[in-house]
Structure formats: structure tokens, C-alpha cells
Design a protein around this ligand. Structure first.
Ligand SMILES: [Zn+2]
Length: 464
């Protein structure tokens, strides 16, 4: 997937991200993060990170059930892009399967260490088979067991995303067959090659989502394979909103497409196609970028991992360390093939060292979250109206979120409590900031910090 990576690389080159977004008539500001929140917020109150900790998350691309996409994608990309050296590697020497034993090993280690993130399930991986029907090369029993493993082990801590339908050939959704012919126009990573309407893109995304729904997998967002949608960025974003709402009836769709790995880049989620703010029907797509490249084994699983680029063993340097110090979401990227590393697990071993280093250096300053949870928190952070009326804050949020954390400047609280409708609960004081969690507060010299489970719509925080 040179293609895959050329999209990432393209976006990493200076200024290209914003310039790329102005293709067509879309305003370039549509997809840049606003400095100020969209909703009115009292200047003496600021929304901090959840529990005043930096979110960590791990984005796993190109995963699916059993099929090793490095093995199956390489020859298909090679047919479409015969001049590219990266597709001429000896893919036949790689395993065709990434076994469930490895999913179990990875998933159990992550669960034991609190790691959360996003895990792709490509529904018709490289056209090998359909996960809601069968996967030639594996028995129905093996496929069923593999999906069960994802539902039971991965779903609790990972968002599941389709990474489109095949991650290789573009499917004619009227027939379910790949379009004939071979070339960039028929590969999802470089699709579409011309303008498409929001409806057309949404129909394609919805087709992928429905297969995962047939597999009883929950879904609140999608991942684009490689550069999919590069020519239609605005339409793609709105199509995600419509397709995810339509198929899964979720209130807050999100997607992963962009890599913001440059040292000075803002990596916070971006609210796109926002409408209805102030009404009961707020719609928005949350664009959650990742903050690193894939520095583990890569999409063919054959690169030597460079875990230190995320965090050195003593947690003194690395991209994630910089982000933690800056207080911005430290969302890391990999490809599933680069965890398994064609059987050596070199990428996974490197990843374990990174997590261990982060926990040793920043255990009390970080919190693992799913990508959807980060998106949800930022939606609440950007879209909640916050008014101060004496000893009371009135909050009105279109989306609820966990551990909503506020700093109230130059204020000493006595007996703070949170009120939602008829229910009032007292907040519990904690002795240090690291103790902040739902329904607690902390007083420092000048300011008060308050952490509450924020429901949708109106909440007040009062004190004496
Ligand atoms: Zn991919």
C-alpha cells in the first residue's frame, strides 16, 4: 500500500493538509480546528482533559478476521501499480493468516494493561470472502470463532471500524462484484478518481457497515483505506455522518483518515459538518487524527520496529512523550501486520515496551480511551454551552461524556454538587489532582477543578 502510505506522506508534507482540504468549493476552514469552542463558554471556566489526564489511544489499521492483508493486498496492489517496487516483495513467503491465537495474545495483554483504541475489521478482506458469509480457505467454524473472539475480547476496549469493503478492489455495490479492469480507479485506496456525491460515498460506506452489522459488531465510525476520498474530503466527511447514523443509529459518528505526525501539528479531534447547535438535533462528524506514523512493522509486517520513536524506554523522549507534555491526545498508529511481523511478533514486542515505558513515566498523567471516547469528549468540550451565574455553572451539552473536567478560575468551592433534572449529588473532594474521577473535585491555590459524568443536555454545578 504505497498508495496507502503516499496518502499519509502527502498529508505530512507541510501545509498540504489544509491546502488539500480546499479542493472544490469547500472552505479551507471547514476542516481546520477552531481556536475557540463553537459554543459560548464563560471565560473564567475552561474544559480540561478528561480527569485532567492526557488521552492515549492505539489505532490498529488493516486488521480483520484471519486474513493477513499484507499477503493478499500486495499482489493486488502490484497489479494496479506495476511500477511500484514495494509490491514486488516476496509476499509468497509471508503467512496468509494472522491467527486467532495472536489476536488472543494481543487482546489479553492489552486488556491486562488497560490499552484501548480502534481495531479495523475489513468486511470483505482483499476480496477473499465475506465475513458475514464465509471465508474460503477457512471453515465456517473458524470464521464464526474468529468473530466471536473479536466480539468478546476486542469490542469492550476497542472501536470496531470497517476499513471500507475490501481494502483492495472497489466493489460495485449493485452487484457485490469488483468493477472490471485493474488500475488506480479500481482500488479503494485511491477511490474515487473523480468527484462523487455525498450520497454515492455514503452508499458505499453503508454497504461496508451493514456487513459488520450482520456480524453483530458495533460501530460508531470508519477508517478510510489509504487515500480513499482524497479528492472528496468534504463529501466523505458528511457521507460518514449519514452512513453511520443510518446503519447504526449512533448520535456521534467519527472517522480516522488523517495523520498529524509533524512536531508542531495540532492533533485534537476536529468537528466537521456541524449543524443544529442549540437545537435538539445536533449533527456533527468528528475527525479524529492520529499523531504518529506507523513505526512498528508496517503494513507488510517486514519493517524493523522503531518503538523509541513513540517513546524511549526511559520515557524521556519520543513523539508520545512530547504530546503528553503538551497535554494533547497521544494517539498512536500501527498496522495489524506490523504487530504480528509475519510470525516473529517483533512489532508487538516493541509495542509492549512502549506501553511499559509510558506507564512507568506517566501512569498518573494519562488515560487510555477508545477513539470514539476521545471524539465524544472533544465534541462535549467544543459544543457545550457554559454559563456562570454566581455560585452556579449552567451547562448545556448536545452530547454526554464521561469524566468531563472543568477548571473554574479564581474560585474556592464549598460543598459543590451537580444537579441534573431532579437529581442532585454531592461531589467528593480529592486530595490531589491525580485522584480526579467522575463526581469529584479538587481545590488548588486559586482555582477549583471539577470532574463530572456529563449527561446530554442540561446540567448545573452549584456550590456554597
Ligand atoms: Zn489500511
Amino acid at each position: 500500500m504505497k498508495n496507502h502510505h503516499s496518502r499519509r506522506t502527502f498529508l505530512k508534507t507541510g501545509g498540504a493538509l489544509i491546502a488539500g482540504h480546499s479542493i472544490g468549493n469547500a472552505a479551507s476552514s471547514l476542516f481546520t480546528r477552531k481556536d475557540a469552542p463553537y459554543a459560548e463558554q464563560d471565560p473564567g471556566v475552561s474544559v480540561l482533559n478528561p480527569r485532567d489526564r492526557v488521552p492515549l489511544s492505539f489505532i490498529v489499521d488493516d486488521s480483520t478476521c484471519l486474513v493477513n492483508l499484507g499477503y493478499f493486498c500486495t499482489p493486488q496492489f502490484g497489479a494496479a501499480f506495476p511500477e511500484r517496487e514495494v509490491y514486488k516483495k516476496d509476499w509468497r513467503s509471508w503467512p496468509r493468516e494472522i491467527p486467532d491465537a495472536f489476536v488472543r495474545e494481543f487482546g489479553e495483554w492489552c486488556a491486562a494493561h488497560g490499552v484501548k483504541g480502534k481495531y479495523s475489521i475489513v468486511p470483505n478482506p482483499a476480496c477473499v470472502g465475506w465475513l458475514d458469509r464465509e471465508l474460503p480457505g477457512w471453515t465456517r467454524r473458524e470464521l464464526r470463532d474468529s468473530l466471536k473472539l473479536v466480539r468478546e475480547l476486542m469490542v469492550p476496549n476497542w472501536d470496531i471500524h470497517p476499513e471500507m469493503i475490501t481494502h483492495t478492489r472497489v466493489i460495485d455495490i449493485r452487484t457485490g462484484r469488483p468493477f472490471p479492469g485493474v488500475g488506480a480507479h479500481n482500488i479503494e485506496n485511491s477511490w474515487p478518481q473523480e468527484k462523487k456525491s455525498v450520497d454515492e460515498i455514503a452508499a458505499y460506506i453503508a454497504y461496508a457497515l451493514r456487513i459488520l452489522k450482520n456480524c453483530d459488531l458495533p460501530c460508531e465510525g470508519i477508517t478510510t483505506p489509504g487515500g480513499m476520498g482524497n479528492l472528496v474530503k468534504s463529501e466523505l466527511s458528511l457521507a460518514v455522518q449519514q452512513a453511520v447514523r443510518d446503519v447504526y443509529q449512533v448520535d456521534l459518528p467519527h472517522y480516522f483518515k488523517y495523520v498529524h505526525a509533524k512536531a508542531d501539528e495540532d492533533v485534537q479531534p476536529i468537528m466537521e459538518h456541524l449543524s443544529g447547535l442549540g437545537t435538539d438535533d445536533v449533527r456533527v462528524t468528528v475527525n479524529v487524527p492520529c499523531a504518529t506514523g506507523d513505526w512498528f512493522g508496517g503494513w507488510q509486517g517486514d519493517r524493523v520496529p522503531k518503538g523509541h520513536r513513540y517513546a524511549s524506554n526511559d520515557a524521556s523522549s519520543g513523539r508520545l512523550v512530547d504530546l503528553i507534555k503538551r497535554g494533547q491526545p497521544a494517539i498512536m498508529l500501527c498496522h495489524w501486520q506490523g504487530m504480528y511481523s509475519n510470525g516473529s511478533k517483533a512489532g508487538f514486542i516493541s509495542f509492549q515496551k512502549v506501553v511499559t515505558a509510558l506507564h512507568r513515566g506517566f501512569r498518573d498523567e494519562t488515560i487510555w480511551m477508545k477513539v470514539s471516547e476521545i471524539g465524544r469528549y472533544w465534541a462535549a468540550k467544543d459544543l457545550t454551552t457554559i454559563q456562570r451565574l454566581g455560585n452556579r455553572l449552567e451547562l448545556d451539552s448536545p452530547f454526554g461524556t464521561n469524566a468531563f473536567t472543568l477548571r473554574i478560575a479564581n474560585t474556592k468551592l464549598t460543598s459543590p454538587r451537580v444537579r441534573t433534572g431532579e437529581n442532585t449529588s454531592m461531589l467528593k473532594r480529592v486530595a490531589n489532582r491525580t485522584g480526579l474521577s467522575n463526581n469529584t473535585w479538587y481545590q488548588d491555590e486559586d482555582d477549583a477543578l471539577v470532574c463530572v459524568n456529563l449527561p446530554r443536555r442540561k446540567t448545573s454545578i452549584e456550590w456554597t
